[in-house]
Design a protein around this ligand. Structure first.
Ligand code: AMP
Length: 192
């Protein structure tokens, strides 16, 4: 049997004020199971993190959590995961999540989610990985993110080819299916 492929989900440790985001997180979790994938994520039980993990688990997907020791109380490490790794710090968390994942999906979240998204995008831009990256743009929540990246292209600080690496969708099922299907070409590093 083929080895399970794990999709990494970056998302808020809060719920946000609108319940649509929890609904979307649950649909991402169940889509992961429907596609025969596993979930790798930050390992917490709070906010959208907990919602996506619970939905994936209850739909039968294996779930790997990676949580830094110092956050395991604040984000309340999820006790029901298939695997829970308690690591030293955020750097180890991100490195382990990136290593275990075939691709990355960003759900609604705050500055921690932005940091994770931009790190993985910048690693792709540097040719350090060639894994698919998707953003669930629920009701335009990531319009400002798209606009920031587009503005940076216009200003000559970001290549259009980097911006093009991101797949935006507003439907969780089609985004998960699309990321599972994609096999991006690695970017060649160019400094000029
Ligand atoms: P947030 O979107 O701010 O709710 O954070 C989402 C996740 O990102 C949480 O698990 C945070 O622990 C994590 N996080 C917050 N700040 C950082 C950071 N600087 N680097 C990596 N992860 C972070």
């Amino acid at each position: 049997m083929d080895e399970t492929r794990f999709l990494c989900v970056f998302c808020g440790s809060s719920m946000g004020v609108r319940s649509i985001h929890a609904e979307m997180a649950a649909r991402v979790g169940s889509s992961i199971a429907r596609e025969g994938l596993g979930l790798v994520y930050g390992g917490g039980r709070v906010g959208l993190m907990g919602v996506v993990a619970d939905a994936a688990l209850s739909a039968g997907a294996p779930v790997i959590g990676v949580i830094p020791e110092h956050l395991s109380r604040k984000e309340i490490a999820h006790a029901g995961l298939t695997e829970l790794h308690v690591v030293e710090d955020l750097h180890q968390r991100k490195a382990m999540m990136a290593k275990r994942a075939f691709g990355f999906l960003t759900l609604a979240g705050g500055i921690g989610t932005f940091e994770e998204f931009f790190e993985i995008l910048s690693w792709a831009a540097l040719g350090l990985h060639a894994k698919p990256m998707g953003v669930l743009d629920t009701e335009g929540i990531y319009g400002p993110l798209k606009a920031l990246i587009a503005h940076s292209v216009t200003e000559g600080f970001t290549r259009q080819s980097y911006a093009d690496l991101i797949t935006y969708r507003n439907d969780p099922e089609s985004l998960v299916a699309e990321l599972a299907r994609q096999r991006p070409e690695p970017l060649k590093l160019r400094w000029s």
